[in-house]
Structures are given as structure tokens and as C-alpha cells.
Design a protein around this ligand. Sequence first.
Ligand SMILES: Cc1ncc(COP(=O)(O)O)c(C=O)c1O
Length: 373
Amino acid sequence: MNRTAVRTIPFFNYPALFARQREEIMSTVERVFSAGKLILQEDLEQFEANLAQYLGVKHAFGVSNGTDGLLIALMASGVEKGAEVIMPSHTFIATGAAVHYAGATPVLADCRDDHLIDPQSVREKVTNRTKAIVPVQLNGRTCEMDALHEIADEYGLVIVEDAAQGLGSEYRGRKAGTFGRAAMFSFYPAKVLGCFGDGGGVVTDDNHVADRIKTLRNHGRMDDGDVSGWCFNSRLDNVQAALLDLKLASFQHEVRRRRQIAAVYQERLEGIEELRLPPGPRTDPRHFDVYQNYEVEAGQRDELREHLTANGVHTILQWGGKAIHHFPGLGFKVDLPVTERIIERSFLLPMNTSLTDDDVDYICELINAFYRG
Ligand SMILES: Cc1ncc(COP(=O)(O)O)c(C=O)c1O
């Protein structure tokens, strides 16, 4: 590779991904719009059925976005006013907002070296008001679900998954989204399965919870015309569902390519002492990761990011570089040492299927040159 040729590698390349599927996307939009099928129509039902089948769950529902989806999943699972809900601090603010708007109090736990919630820290946070655990299936990896189930069983807690970043990931052969009473997925455009605007999904195996989700997302309206109570308008647009269904068909390809890129990052960067990489695709046979993000911890992080930016490679800090307890207005006072270390040292390298092999090679060379000269 010619080291002097600077490339431009955006963190995420929406136009390139659109261009790749332009014809199919435009003909889907044309079909849906010209049929005038916009809200709660067949494309949504079809996508919900395909998502449920892919996951092996009984019920899937499209909702407006992942945040609403988690709120609805929590409410439908019986989380209510006065409850405490244990969740990680290293997550998007939306996880805490959903817990808050369900009427409960978010209780923040620490994470482990793989950046996911630490079951030991969860155990230490359980009180007699704890009602639920929200594991966040972060960066396309599923949490240590055996240990979390053990705690949930011991204290009679409900598990509701924030699988916004976890679609397709597995733990002991079981897919994220199938471990809790209910689970949420985000279809935000940059997700492994992303739509063309906001979108989300809620899934469950429980018929009663499914009925609640279905009415909660649609004004409480029930099949018999009655209303179940004060609810939301949080439906996934039919056109977004049709586009998601189109992308679901090539989802495995998306995952395979991300895992390939992660393997190259690992191979090319793992000898660098100053870096702590995410677990590689074949590091732990219990986990199948889909690499929604590639979050590395780095010595001299800010200088490394500057070096990458100066050479055309755009990186970002997850959540803008703050865990939930870092926002003073939210009033948390907690001691979470692993989370502190992660927030201080980590950033996201580009990870998406618009990256070419040469792009990944270029990024790895820049990082090697930064540390090794
Ligand atoms: C971990 C996590 N939780 C919740 C959300 C919220 O999803 P949405 O943006 O679809 O509302 C996101 C999305 O970005 C996320 O990454």
C-alpha cells in the first residue's frame, strides 16, 4: 500500500450503502407509496413475522424507535412506579430514559473488560425494590446471560433486554433478544439492521406481554375496539418495515463482513501494547458477536484520534465520551471504576460494510505507525 496517499474514510457512509441497493430500495418505496399503504399494513406484518422467525420468538412488533421500544417493553413486562431497575452506565442515555419514563429508578452498574454489564456489580446493586435488570447487548455482543439469569432467578427479577446494538449476536447459541421477558431492538440507520430514519422493534415469547406491547404502541386500541388505558403512538412506518424486510434478507452477509473486518483489526493490531481490543470473532466460543461497533481502548487516545483524523479516518467517542453517571443534571453519584477506565480510554474505529479491504488495511497501518513509528 502507498503510505503517502491519504484516504477519506467516514465513520459511517450512508450514501455508499444507499448506492449499493439503490434499485431495490427505490422500487420498494415506489411499490409501497403507490399502493398508499402507509401505517399498520402488510409490509409491517411481513417484517414482524420475518423478524420473529429469524430470532425464533413468538411475537415481534415494529415501533417508532428503540427508545420507545424499551419503554414499551418495560411497561409490558410489569416494570412500574417505585421500582429499581439495574442497568449499565456505559450505555446510551436512552436506556436510562426508558427506565425513568416507565416510572422506575435506574440503578447503574459497572461493566467488565469486554465493556458489557458486570454480573457481580449487578448482584451488589440488588435491593428489595429491584424489579428488573436491563442488560445492554452492547457493540453487537451479548452479555454474560447465564450469570444474569442466576441473579434474576435468585431475587425474582425480570430481565428486559436493551438489544438496540445486539441483533444477530449470540450467547451459547441463543440470540440476543430471546433471553428476557421482552427485548428491544433499534433500527436507527447506523445499526447492523438499520432503516432510513428512526425505527425499532420489541419482541417477546409471552402472549400476555405481546398483547400489552401491541396495544401500548397504538393508543391502547384493542381488537374489539375498546381502549386498554392511556398509551402511545409508536408505530413503525409501513415503508420503513418494507425496507427493513429487504435488508433482513441480506443480514447474514452484513454480519459476515463485519466479523471479517473485526478479524483483520484483531490480526493487525493485537500486538500493540497500548491497545485493548474487543474480543475477536473466535476468542470465546460462547459468544457470537456481530460488531455493531468496534470499540477499542487506547493509550494516548486523543493523540491517536488526531493522527487518524489528520489522515482522513473519522472515529467517534461512543455517547460523546460520557457514561450516564457523568451527566451532572441526572444526579448520579456512583463508583464505577471499569466504566471510568473505558470512558477515558475508548473510541470507535470505523466498522461497517462500506469499508473495503484497503480501507481497513490503511487504518491498521496508520495505527501501527502511530505507536511503532
Ligand atoms: C444501547 C442503546 N440503547 C438504546 C438506543 C436507542 O435506540 P433509538 O435511537 O432507536 O431510539 C440505542 C440507539 O442508538 C442504543 O445504542
